[in-house]
Design a protein around this ligand. Structure first.
Ligand code: 9MR
Length: 377
């Protein structure tokens, strides 16, 4: 069995567990015959992947088989967040991430990291430590970047270094309306260090790992609404300021947690992606999934067709504008946060069908829409 040693994750964790699933046979049924989305995408120079839950990879062969069949690129849904990696100050735990990394290595999948600095998934000790003042906040960030990148450097070559730094403009569809400080979300990091915390994280990451792809990841950037446009402009001004300060930055991740009720037009999204690419950055779709609308059409087929049409517009637009990486936030409707998060669950007794595979891991219209988008159709 491939252990954590082979992944460079050993020795860095005080409680690193070696229950990796790498050598375990993937005995579950593949979702269907034929090439998976990852293979289809790769034939067009596109990288397709998904968020995974290590716990399911370890105990659910059908889930593991679907990931193996469909994705070329994996991102841990939880296992690389701060509360997973440094639950107590100075005590790193790479056990859960090691499970995902071992699976990725055994199945020859690439792995990206999510998320080094974020205002959620913070362990209990972190916000009070940041509140002790800027010097302490800088030291805490530096120790986390050092500890994490030191361990993951051999296997993770792309990290969401800073996640969700932009405020939700007034009038946005998000229930989470954190107070803003200018374009920035008000977070413990911002309160400790001001907006400079973004630059600090990027610089620390580049210093620790010269060739790592540094990605800035955020949501609510895709639609054709005044607030989405404001958020796009905020991202462009942030990126311009970072680059003007010669801050290292390689990519912007568009989470693309889509909602079919939100107006969409190709031009604003395409223009935004082209502007980022014009500044030398790559653009990734990092967390694609879809919330269905308030009024569902009758029948699953009709519902799935609405989701698929929306996905094809957004993903088709992004690919045509030069995006070359697409990840969904989970593959199937069975395991998604869309079924668990109280802010996004449906209240009509139905469940969102916002993933390429249904709850029984059968390919549905969204799968076809992605396949067509990759083929340029
Ligand atoms: O899907 C993730 C959920 O299971 C976790 O409880 C939550 C907090 O760690 O994070 C969810 O993933 C989020 C991602 O990390 C950042 N963008 C929004 C995603 C959905 O909330």
């Amino acid at each position: 069995m491939l252990g954590l040693v082979g992944l460079g994750l050993a020795g860095c964790g005080t409680r690193a567990r070696s229950q990796a699933v790498a050598g375990q046979a993937v005995t579950g049924q593949a979702p269907a015959a034929g090439d998976g989305l990852g293979v289809l995408a790769r034939s067009r120079g596109i990288s397709f992947g998904t968020a995974v839950q290590g716990e399911l990879l370890g105990r659910d062969p059908v889930y593991a088989a679907a990931v193996t069949a469909e994705a070329q690129l994996l991102v841990p849904e939880w296992e690389a967040k701060w509360d997973a990696l440094q639950p107590r100050e100075g005590e790193f735990d790479f056990g859960p991430l090691g499970i995902v990394a071992s699976f990725a290595q055994a199945q020859r999948k690439q792995l990206r990291g999510h998320a080094l600095v974020w205002h959620q998934a913070m362990p209990d000790w972190l916000a009070p430590a940041l509140a002790e003042g800027p010097a302490r906040a800088r030291a805490v960030m530096a120790a986390h970047v050092e500890g994490v990148l030191g361990a993951t450097q051999p296997v993770i070559r792309d990290w969401d270094v800073v996640n969700e730094v932009l405020a939700n403009p007034p009038g946005s569809r998000f229930t989470e309306q954190t107070p803003a400080r200018g374009i920035f979300r008000d977070t413990p990091w911002l309160r400790a260090l001001g907006p400079d915390y973004i630059e600090l994280a990027l610089r620390l990451a580049r210093e620790r790992d010269r060739t790592l792809r540094l990605t800035l990841n955020d949501y609510g950037l895709e639609g054709d609404t005044p607030w989405a446009e404001q958020k796009r402009q905020a991202m462009l001004s942030l990126v311009r300021a970072l680059l003007a300060a010669r801050c290292p930055l390689d990519a912007v991740g568009l989470q693309a947690h889509l909602q079919v009720d939100e107006p969409f037009r190709p031009e604003p999204l395409a223009g935004f992606i082209q502007a980022l690419r014009g500044m030398g950055l790559s653009v990734l779709i990092t967390e694609l999934d879809v919330r269905e609308g308030a009024n569902l059409p009758p029948g699953l087929e009709a519902r799935d067709a609405v989701v698929a049409a929306y996905v094809q517009q957004v993903v088709g637009t992004a690919l045509a504008a030069g995006c070359r990486t697409v990840l969904t936030w989970g593959l199937s409707d069975r395991d998604s946060w869309l079924l668990r998060d109280p802010d996004v669950v449906r209240r009509d007794g139905q469940q969102h069908r916002g993933h390429p595979l249904d709850a029984e891991f059968r390919r549905k219209a969204m799968w076809q829409a992605l396949a067509r988008s990759f083929a340029g159709g």
